[in-house]
Design a protein around this ligand. Structure first.
Ligand SMILES: [Zn+2]
Length: 286
């Protein structure tokens, strides 16, 4: 019955997404070299690890019931993420739940392939369901690129405040739209031998439109969404924070390859406030 329901869902989505059956993926090619450059995986805090590339952050939450992977980079990030997970001593196939900060090709490029290889479930913020199913072709800004990542069928739709629980760890999804319609952050508590850490995996609501807000007719709520996210995010309380791009939270200023375990380097409220402030500046221009 469960399979039957999924089959129906796929058929409906094909029907409303013309050509999705035979579509080719055209991943944009003029990307920053830092997106594809390898980076050593490391333990951020407790059972949270960095397994992404030099700039495209991917996070692994390790539990006794399997693991959660957040963000999958470009299509060519798959091998790096897999290698990074194994280098830390974990099993790639132990991924049970896949999440993303946002439905863009630089975070979902390898998602469909990783989902297929691991059999993990993909859970997504309600606002991004059309974009993940169309491979970005329905995106209000990046649709010019057509299908920019392999389309993904979600297994579960998440709403603001929903819990994602696996083993001893619970993540809370926070709806922070504006960059995409279903951009979101995750909050979780992790523990090491010394203490517990409240961690925010943030989606900074950067504004990528070349137009003014008023001209974005395919996402009329964009202005309100960015303003809502910036305001809400300003009030969040946490011990340490990271983000979808390493450059957004200054990973390479805070940590050098080979550095020992030290979650405290990511306790940077000032940098977080500044990142939000930078978006406010662009907001006012738009
Ligand atoms: Zn993006």
């Amino acid at each position: 019955m469960k399979h039957f329901a999924r089959y129906i869902l796929i058929m409906i989505s094909l029907h409303f997404t013309p050509g999705s059956q035979a579509q080719t993926v055209n991943e944009p090619q003029n990307n920053s070299a830092d997106w594809s450059k390898p980076y050593e995986p490391f333990r951020i805090a407790g059972n949270l690890y960095y397994v992404g590339t030099y700039d495209l952050a991917s996070y692994l939450v390790v539990t006794e019931k399997g693991n959660i992977l957040i963000n999958t980079g470009l299509a060519n990030s798959r091998q790096q993420i897999k290698k990074n997970i194994e280098r830390l001593g974990f099993k790639y196939r132990d991924i049970k739940i896949l999440l993303t900060n946002q439905a863009h090709y630089d975070h979902l490029g390898a998602m469909a392939a990783i989902k297929k290889e691991t059999g993990a479930q993909f859970w997504v913020d309600a606002g991004d369901t059309a974009e993940v199913r169309s491979g970005g072709a329905t995106d209000y800004e990046l649709s010019f690129a057509g299908v920019s990542f392999a389309p993904i069928m979600q297994d579960k739709i998440l709403k603001n405040g929903d819990s994602i629980q696996l083993g001893n760890t619970t993540l809370t999804m926070l709806h922070h739209p504006g960059h995409t319609k279903g951009s979101c952050s995750y909050m979780l508590d992790v523990k090491d031998n010394n203490r517990s850490w409240k961690v925010l995996i943030a989606n900074i609501p950067t504004i990528i439109i070349s137009r003014k807000f008023a001209e974005v007719t395919d996402y009329p709520a964009i202005k309100e969404d960015v303003s809502y996210s910036l305001t809400t995010m300003k009030d969040l309380q946490f011990d340490i924070w990271v983000a979808a791009h390493a450059s957004q939270f200054g990973l390479h200023k805070k940590r050098k390859p080979g550095d020992p375990y030290n979650p405290a380097v990511f306790a940077d409220r000032k940098g977080y406030n500044q990142a939000l402030e930078n978006v406010w500046k662009v907001y006012k221009e738009k």
